[in-house]
Ligand binder design. Sequence first.
Ligand SMILES: Nc1nc2c(c(=O)[nH]1)N[C@H]1C(S)=C(S)[C@@H](COP(=O)(O)OP(=O)(O)OC[C@H]3O[C@@H](n4cnc5c(=O)[nH]c(N)nc54)[C@H](O)[C@@H]3O)O[C@H]1N2
Ligand SMILES: Nc1nc2c(c(=O)[nH]1)N[C@H]1C(S)=C(S)[C@@H](COP(=O)(O)OP(=O)(O)OC[C@H]3O[C@@H](n4cnc5c(=O)[nH]c(N)nc54)[C@H](O)[C@@H]3O)O[C@H]1N2
Ligand code: SF4
Ligand SMILES: [Mo]
Length: 722
Amino acid sequence: MPADIQTHYRACNLCEAICGLEIKTQGEQVLSIKGDKNDPLSHGYICPKGTAMQDIYTDPDRLRRPVKKQGDSWVEISWEEAFSTVAEKLTAVQDQHGADSVAFYAGNPNVHNYGSMTHASVLRKAVQTKTHFSATSLDQLPHHLTSLSLYGHQSLLPVPDIDHTNYMLIIGGNPLASNGSIMTVPNVPKRLKAIQERGGRFVVIDPRRTETAEIADQHLFIRPGTDAFLLMAMLNTLFAENLVNTGHLTDLLVGVDKVRSACESFTPELAEQRTGVAAEQIRQLARDMANIEGAVCYGRMGVSVQVYGTLCQWAINMINILTHSLDVRGGMMASSPAFGFVKPGESGAGHFAAFHSRVSGLPEFAGELPATVMAEEMLTEGEGQIRGLISIAGNPVLSAPNGQQIDQALAGLDFMVSLDFYINETTQHADIILPPTSALEHDHYDIAFHRLAVHNTARFNEAVFEPAAGTLHDWEIFNQLGQAIAAHKGMDSKPLPSPDKLVDKGIQRGPYSAAAGHELELTLDKIKQHPHGLDLGRLAPSLPERLCTSDGKITLLADYIVKDLQRLGVDQAVTEADELLLIGRRHIRSNNSWMHNSHRLVKGKPRWQLLMHPDDLAEHKIDDESQVRIQSRVGEVVTQVLASDEVMRGVVSLPHGWGHKRAGVSMGIASEQEGVSCNDLTDDQLIDQVSGNAALNGVPVRSLRRSPKLPRIVLPELAGAF
Ligand SMILES: Nc1nc2c(c(=O)[nH]1)N[C@H]1C(S)=C(S)[C@@H](COP(=O)(O)OP(=O)(O)OC[C@H]3O[C@@H](n4cnc5c(=O)[nH]c(N)nc54)[C@H](O)[C@@H]3O)O[C@H]1N2
Ligand SMILES: Nc1nc2c(c(=O)[nH]1)N[C@H]1C(S)=C(S)[C@@H](COP(=O)(O)OP(=O)(O)OC[C@H]3O[C@@H](n4cnc5c(=O)[nH]c(N)nc54)[C@H](O)[C@@H]3O)O[C@H]1N2
Ligand code: SF4
Ligand SMILES: [Mo]
C-alpha cells in the first residue's frame, strides 16, 4: 500500500524572504512544493528556488556521512573517527603554532539555519581562537557598523516599511532578483506595485537597468562606486533648501550642525561630475524624500559592497533621519520580532577595531576580521600565520575576492575541516568534511530574518522528513565536535539543549511574552499551534525606547566618517582610458554559489555571461557573443560576452558563484555548467577602507582585446602595498 499523502508547512530558508511553503509528500517523496497561501508574511508567494528545496534533499551528490580525503579520493568514515581525528589534528596545529593559528570561516547559510546560529558557540568555545571570518564582510558589514555607531547595537537594523511607503528610493539593490536583503520581503513585485497603486512611486539608482528598475517609476544610471557623492549631495540639498525635519527624534540627535558642515562641499554639481546623475535630478531626489510623507531611502549590495560601503550606509541613515523618515510609518523602522528583539542591555551589541589583522592591519568587527585578509593571513609566514581552518557553510573560493589566491591558500593549510554537504570548490581542500542534514530534515525557526521583516510574524516548522539514519544536524555536529575537542584539550564543555529549547527561552523573554506583560503570553508551543505562522502585526515606531547607545542618544557624525569624507573629497573618480568597472548580477534562479546542482534551476538560457554595452563592444572591437578575456589586478578570465544596453557605458556585469568546472568538485550538474568565477577578478585589496568590507562592485578591469596593459588601482592608503 502506498504511504499516505501528507501536507507540511515549512519556511524556505534559501534567501532572506523566508516564504512559507506548502509541501506535499508521500513516503520519502516530495509530490509538490507550492507557496503557503495562509502564511501571514508571504501570502502564497514562492520563487523558483523554493520548489528546488527538494533537489537538495534528493541530490545524490549530497554527502550523508563524514568523508576523509585519501590521496585524490574521499572515503566515508564514522562520526566517531571524524570527530576524534578533527580534534586531534586541530589541537596539534594549535599546540605547534598557537591558538589563533586555527581560523573559522562561516558562510551565508549559517544565518538561514537556526541550529547553526544557536550552537556554533559550543565549537568556538572549544577551539578558542581569536581568528574568525565570515561572509558578513563580503556583504552587510557596513550596515552593522553603522547601526552600532548610530543606534548602539549592530542588530538594530531598521528596514523599509514597504507596505506603507509612498516613495521608495532603492540604491544598489535588485529585490526582484534577490527577493530583498536586510529587508525580508516575500513577494516584492506585488509590494512594489502596491506602492504605485496607492499613488506612490519608487525610483532605482543602479549602473544596470535591472529587473527592479524595469518596473520602477524612474531609473537613474550611476557610475559604480560613486554613490557617496550623490548621497552627500542629497544631504547638502536638504540643508541648502531648508528641508531638514527631524520630527520626534529631534531631542535625541547629537550633531545635526556637524552633518551640515560635513556635507557643505559636496554639492549636486560635484556629484553630477562624479556620478553621471544630473545635479537637478539629485536635488529632486532630496526634495521628494523631504516632501513626500512616508518616504524611505534604502540601499543594499551595490552601495554596501563597494569602496565607500560604510559611508554610503551612514549617509542613507542620515537622509532618513533628516527627512523624518526614520522610525515613522512608511519610512525605515526596526521590526519587533518574538525572538531577538533588540533593546537596551541586549548582548551582542558589537565592537569595532578592538584589534587588527596581522598583515594589513584591518580592524575587527564583533570579533571578526574582514574576509578580504583571510588568504594573506594564511600565505604570509611568521608568528600568527593561519595553519588550520574550520569552514562552516561557506564557499570563499567562489565568493570572496581574489578567489584563486584563496584556492592557493587553502591548498597550503596543515589541516582543514568543513561542515558542508557538498564537495565543492572550497571544501575539496578539506581533510575531513562533516555533512549536516539537509533543510527538509530538520525543524526550523528563522532567527535572523524575522528580525529584518517588513511585517512582524513568527513561525515554527517541524521537519518534513525524518533525518536519514546515521546523519546529524548542524547543531548536533557543533555539540559533538565541540565536546570532542574540549575533551582532547582536557577542558570542560557542555552540549547545549536542542535549538527549539533555546529559541523558546528567548521567546519567553521577548516582547510578546508573559514576562513582558503581553496579552499573547507567547511561547514556542503557542507558535507551534499556528503552522502557517503567527501574525504579530505591522511595524511600529519604537526607536527612542530601543536605542542601545550609552547616552540614549544618536550621535550622528563619528570620527571615522569625518575621515572617510576626506577620502571622498579628494576622489576624482576617474577611470583610466580602456578601463571598465565590473559589477555583479543576481538571478532569481541562482543562490550565491551553491544551488547550481539543481537541474531545474540551471536549465534554460545560460546566465553566467559578461554583459557589456554595445558601444563599448564596438569601441573595444569585440564581437557580440564572442569569447573575451577580462583582466584585473589579480587575475583574468575568459568568458562569453553579450551586448546589452542594460548596463551603462564603461560598466561590465558578471554574476558571482559560477566557475564549477574544475578538478576536485563533485557536483555532477554544477560542474557541467559553463561560466567563470567573477571573484577570480575581484580584488582582495579593493575594500571599504572604514570597515574592511570587500568592494566586489566597481572593480577596475580591462578587456585584453584592446590593451594588454594591467589595470592599476590606486587606493590612497594602500598604494604602497603593491
Ligand atoms: N563578486 C561577488 N561576490 C560575492 C557577492 C557578490 O554580490 N558579488 N555576494 C557576496 C555575498 S552577499 C555573500 S552572502 C557571499 C556568500 O558566500 P559564502 O557564504 O562563502 O558562499 P555560499 O555560496 O553561500 O556557500 C554556501 C555553502 O554552504 C553550504 N550549505 C548550504 N546549506 C548549508 C547548511 O544548512 N549547513 C551547512 N553546514 N552547509 C550548508 C553549501 O553547500 C555551500 O558550500 O558571497 C559574496 N560574494
Ligand atoms: N536569486 C538570488 N537571490 C539572492 C541571492 C542570490 O545569489 N540569488 N543572494 C542573497 C544574498 S546573500 C544577498 S546579500 C542578497 C543581495 O540582495 P541585493 O543587494 O538586492 O542584490 P544584488 O542583485 O546584488 O543587487 C545589487 C545591485 O547593485 C547594483 N550595483 C553594483 N554596483 C553599484 C554601485 O556602485 N552603485 C549602485 N547604486 N548600484 C550598484 C547592481 O547592478 C545590482 O543591481 O540577495 C540574496 N538573495
Ligand atoms: S523568494 Fe524564493 S528562495 Fe527566497 S524564500 Fe521565497 S521561495 Fe525561497
Ligand atoms: Mo549575502
